[in-house]
Design a protein around this ligand. Sequence first.
Ligand code: AMP
Ligand code: MG
Length: 333
Amino acid sequence: MEKTEICLGIESTAHTFGVSLVTGRGEILSDERSVYKPPPGRGIHPRESAQHHAQQAAPTLKEAFRKAGVKPSQIDAVAFSQGPGLGPCLRTGATVARALALYLKVPLVPVHHAIGHIELAALKTGAVDPLVVLVSGGHTSIVAFSAGRWRVFGETEDITLGNLLDAFAREAGLPSPGGPMVERLAGEGKRFVELPLTVKGNDVSYSGLLTYTVKLLREGVHRLEDLCFSLQEVAFSALAEAAERALAFLEKKELLLAGGVAANRTLQKKLRIVAREHGARFLVVPREYSGDCGAQIAWTGILAYRCGVQVSVERSQVKPRWRLDSVPIPWRR
Ligand code: AMP
Ligand code: MG
């Protein structure tokens, strides 16, 4: 077989320290992760998560190389999540990436974490020119590619969908991550409880919904299962409504669901209906690649590296608040 590039990708924006080796043909040779779990009832503490990443960096790297059957000397580029994310976590991953790139004398490739979610989802589903609904701990955005960048056509005005589910789960005493727990309990919900749904144009807003649902939870009148069921219904319906408007406007022929919350079956069902009604193909990132992972960084690293995107160590400061629509995408047209 023809020789191809190999990129090592490091993910460290929040809870996950991930290392992956991916080829220029899109083969994921390995994808190792170590996930920081905050103590029950608490959110991610950035410094504790960064300490977790620092402790797990060496064993995770070692395992990624071992599983891939690749030697460090075979690597063509080192890609890392430059942002957005939690400062201490990003800095830990960036430090590891810089050290490796310098030692191996290969280019250091900066990757935007959210674009990593999108590109890995596109690789795994074959999406070509989708309207993307990106839902994770860090993002709730409706985006499409136009004139050199991923453009935002709708987003949350306050907290993300992942935050909403995680914060509610935390209030209910459920372990982290909250999203899958809420999904499980919602499956046993029977009664719909009226909750406030907010859509403004193509944007959604979830903080009022969170406050109200937590208030009901504390009053203890409703079953937790019913609240989980209703919370999912309202939050996902708001997003589906916003996505539908964007899809009708842009007339894209693919609707791609990506990011950690994409694993949720109820959300998938709602968006599948939206796609069908507008004659678009519905695509969803496979569950094993929906959450944060090194593969999203390694694959996007390959695409960027091929276009000559790289950064010197001196200029590789992390960008905790990097916006997705500010990043030029030279590999798409
Ligand atoms: P990411 O930041 O992309 O790793 O995504 C993490 C987010 O996805 C967290 O907020 C999780 O609670 C959420 N999540 C993971 N699985 C599910 C699921 N099955 N349903 C809802 N949310 C989920
Ligand atoms: Mg993410």
